[in-house]
Every structure is written in C-alpha cells, then in structure tokens.
Write a protein that binds this ligand. Sequence first.
Ligand SMILES: NC(=O)c1ccc[n+]([C@@H]2O[C@H](COP(=O)([O-])OP(=O)(O)OC[C@H]3O[C@@H](n4cnc5c(N)ncnc54)[C@H](OP(=O)(O)O)[C@@H]3O)[C@@H](O)[C@H]2O)c1
Length: 310
Amino acid sequence: MKNNTLTDDTLKILIIGANGFLGTNLLRFKEEYETSENQFHFVTADISNSNINPKMPFYHIDITNADDAVKKIINISPDITLLTAAMTDVDECEVNKELAKKINTEGPQNVIKACQTADSKLIFMSTDFVFDGTKKEGLYNETDTPNPLSFYAKTKYDAELAIINSNLDYLICRTAVLYGWNKSKLNFITWILKKLELDEPISIVTTQINSPTFVKNLAEIILKLIEKEATGIYHTAGDGAINRYEMAIHCADVFNLNKSLISPLASLKQQAVRPKNAGLDISKLKTLLGSELKVYSLDDGLQYMKTHSI
Ligand SMILES: NC(=O)c1ccc[n+]([C@@H]2O[C@H](COP(=O)([O-])OP(=O)(O)OC[C@H]3O[C@@H](n4cnc5c(N)ncnc54)[C@H](OP(=O)(O)O)[C@@H]3O)[C@@H](O)[C@H]2O)c1
C-alpha cells in the first residue's frame, strides 16, 4: 500500500461511477463491510452526485475528458480505483456507437493511464455479454474465450483487453442483470414487479439465459475480493442461470403476484443482439469466498427485497 495520509490499515478506494446503481450500493452498505482489520476510505466520482451523500468526498470526473480525468485521479492518489462508470444501455450503445466507444473503451484507457502514474490497482466491472452464448455444455467460466455480439459488449471487451495488456495490478469482475430496489431507474426485476403490481400483462423471452445478480450482494462480493487482494478475472454474478421468463415467474411467486399475466415469448426484436445462454460459472469466486460470504441465488435476492425497502 502506498504512503498517504491514511493509516496503514486503511485503503483509499476511488469509485468512479459512484452515482450509479452499483456505486450507490457500494457506498450504502459500507459500514457492514468494515471490520477492525479492514477500513475502507471511499472517495467518489461521477458526472453527477445526486444519489451520493453530500458528506462523501466527491469529484466531478468525466472519464472521456482525458486530461482532466487523469489529472484528478493522480491528485486523489487512490490505492484502488474501482471503475463502475459506463454507458450501460445496451440498445443505446448500438445506436450511438461513437459515444459508447468513447465512454466504455476510451474512458477506461484514460483511467489506465492515471492508475499507472498513481500506482493504483484497477478494478473494472465487465459483463456476461462478452460471450456469444453458444457454449454447448455448462456455464461460461473465466478461461472461456469471449466473442462479443453487440457493440456494448465489444466496447467492454476492448476495455478488458486494454487492462489485461497494461502493466497494472488489476481485477476484472464480470457481472450480469443487476437487480435490487433503485429509486433512480428501473431494472429488469423492478420493472417486472411494477408491471405485475399494475395488473398489466407482459411477454417475456424464454431464449435469453443469464445469472441475475443482487446488487447488494455484488457490492459485498467486490469488497471481499478487495480484502482478499484478488487479481485477474472473476465471474461475480448471482448463483444460477435462468431464462428471463423464468425470472419473471420467480418474481410473481416470491411477491405473491399474478403469474398468469406473464406470457412466454420465443424472440424479441431489440436493437442489440443478446447472447442466448450467457450464464456465468462462479466456481472460482465461490472457492475464494469459501464460507465467508454467500453468493445469492435469484430467490435469495427476491426474498431480501421482499423484507427490505432498500
Ligand atoms: N446493470 C447491469 O445489469 C449490468 C450488467 C453487467 C455489467 N454491468 C456493468 O456494471 C457496471 C455498473 O453498472 P450500473 O448498473 O451500476 O450502471 P449505472 O447505474 O448506469 O451507473 C454508471 C454510472 O456511470 C456514470 N457515467 C456515465 N458516463 C460517464 C463518464 N463519461 N464519466 C464518468 N461517469 C460516467 C453514469 O452517469 P449517468 O447516469 O449520468 O450517465 C452512472 O452514474 C457497468 O460498468 C456495467 O457495464 C452492469
């Protein structure tokens, strides 16, 4: 760890994208992760801080603004830079390719430069969509070769490659279908719940399989990986792979909503092509976590949501 004003036990972690869904969850449950041995000092950055407690140290950093972003990150001098910022609307990335490349590939390249000068470890959030979904048997593990289908997936994979080919100490976490309560934006699960509560019929595809990931659990997992000084690539997704239609049925079951409103759909026309079976194998993660932390299945996450309002 580098010598800064914090005590030797305290890691200075800069979260870029802290105002987003994962970022706010990393901040929200901070106290739960801290022990006497592990103290995390979070510094936040994003384009806006509307969801961030004003008491948190915040920097306006646009990762596409190379000079300004690099200068600010070097000045902050983090031990760890956790990059959650991205253009995450997969269909919008297909339409606005120039912007997607700027944010999702060139942005991380700027962050790499800053981390090299600041001697900071880089943790990057990536996606199950780096795979093409055609694997015949089993789920995708970390040694499988990516083959992105959509432009979003290509920009994220290009960022992965830039990180892997840098000389940085890095951790790449591939995750999938984040869900949980979120005041700012609906996610797949909260959208399903909203529709069913409004008694509106919905048609959901049976042909897209993913590993839905409870955002609070992902935040805990990332901090545990930091504590364990994990490096390389990890699949950090929920436990189990399930198709979108089945996900919706689980929502109805757990929340006692009317599942007859949900119809199966064989295909859905979307701007960006999705992989058919992008379920992630999380054995490597489970081995590292041992009995210290449970990886949530979809039902675990839904049960948590049912009994908690955040
Ligand atoms: N959500 C999922 O289901 C999912 C699945 C797989 C992988 N991931 C990956 O996980 C990460 C976190 O996802 P999330 O759901 O937390 O995303 P999110 O809620 O969209 O948060 C991303 C944050 O990055 C900010 N941002 C966008 N462009 C930026 C820029 N140029 N400079 C600095 N900040 C910028 C966004 O600000 P604005 O909102 O103002 O644009 C937003 O606050 C992403 O890297 C994503 O690719 C997510």
